[in-house]
Design a protein around this ligand. Structure first.
Ligand SMILES: Nc1ncnc2c1ncn2[C@@H]1O[C@H](COP(=O)(O)OP(=O)(O)OP(=O)(O)O)[C@@H](O)[C@H]1O
Length: 254
């Protein structure tokens, strides 16, 4: 990390960074400072989890970094692009072409087949799929025999694998996963987390995941802790017990 570059935002090994990011919802007496000067970088080809107590600003941070919400001040950097300075039409294109999303509720289009859902971001961007990457994603996720099914014909675990494939086939600069295992049983959840980790290890995907679950976060290379809209900890390859301990300490009033 360079001096004067606290989030490593200028480093080629940083995919996404927040620099002194502030987000205030509302005004006057009812204003909520959801992000209170967050500076953090997320490494390329790394799997990072964001954790913290309810209301600590996890979703707000992810939404600002993904161009889904506008910050009050500071920078939200994707590669060299400061998303806080872009008009809506640019943000729409950035989300479509440079970011993959995985949500708790899958967010598949019910009228499309699994294959059509997976291809949708490529179709919207007018891009041809990378056949080798598409084949590898389908193989790793084990969804080859489900491609002609519609979401209603698939289990929750299968739907989330389709959503994962949709996020991965564009080889985005970052995949943001928001509680990706929140609606899954523990077995399907473990599979989804393994797939996310495989995408990082095998083809260098960058993944940033918000989760409440220490077991899910233990799949990550690194866990960033938030409390009261500030960075409250940074754990390198922590195990589940270490994560649970750190969360417990955050919850204890000081
Ligand atoms: N649209 C909004 N309007 C007003 N306040 C908001 C809005 N969104 C979030 N907040 C507030 O900002 C703070 C941070 O919320 P945020 O959803 O980012 O936290 P979180 O850590 O993701 O919480 P959770 O774990 O419960 O999902 C909270 O105090 C929340 O009430």
């Amino acid at each position: 990390m360079q001096h004067g570059d606290p989030a490593g935002a200028q480093s080629p090994t940083t995919a996404v960074a927040a620099v002194d990011l502030v987000k205030v919802y509302g005004t006057g007496a009812t204003a909520v400072r959801a992000l209170d000067g967050v500076t953090v970088g997320f490494g390329r080809a790394a799997f990072t989890a964001i954790m913290g107590p309810s209301g600590s600003g996890k979703s707000t941070l992810m939404h600002c970094l993904a161009g889904l919400d506008t910050a009050t001040s500071g920078q939200a950097l994707l590669g060299g692009t400061d998303l806080t300075r872009q008009p809506d039409r640019v943000l729409t294109r950035v989300r479509r072409e440079r970011i993959g999303f995985v949500f708790q509720s899958f967010n598949l289009l019910p009228q499309l087949t699994a294959e059509q859902n997976i291809r949708l971001p490529l179709d919207l961007a007018g891009r041809a799929p990378d056949p080798a990457l598409s084949a590898r994603v389908v193989e790793v996720l084990g969804i080859g025999d489900r491609l002609r099914h519609r979401p209603s014909e698939l289990s929750g675990g299968q739907q989330q694998r389709i959503a994962l494939a949709r996020a991965l086939v564009t080889a985005p600069e970052v995949v943001f996963a928001d509680e990706p295992t929140g609606n899954l049983d523990s077995h399907s959840g473990a599979e989804v987390l393994s797939f996310l980790r495989t995408s990082v290890r095998e083809w260098g995907q960058t993944v940033v995941m918000v989760t409440h679950d220490p077991a899910a976060a233990a799949y990550a290379d690194r866990v960033v802790l938030l409390a009261d809209g500030r960075i409250a900890g940074d754990l390198d390859r922590p195990d589940r017990a270490t994560i649970s301990g750190a969360l417990h300490d955050l919850a204890v009033p000081r």
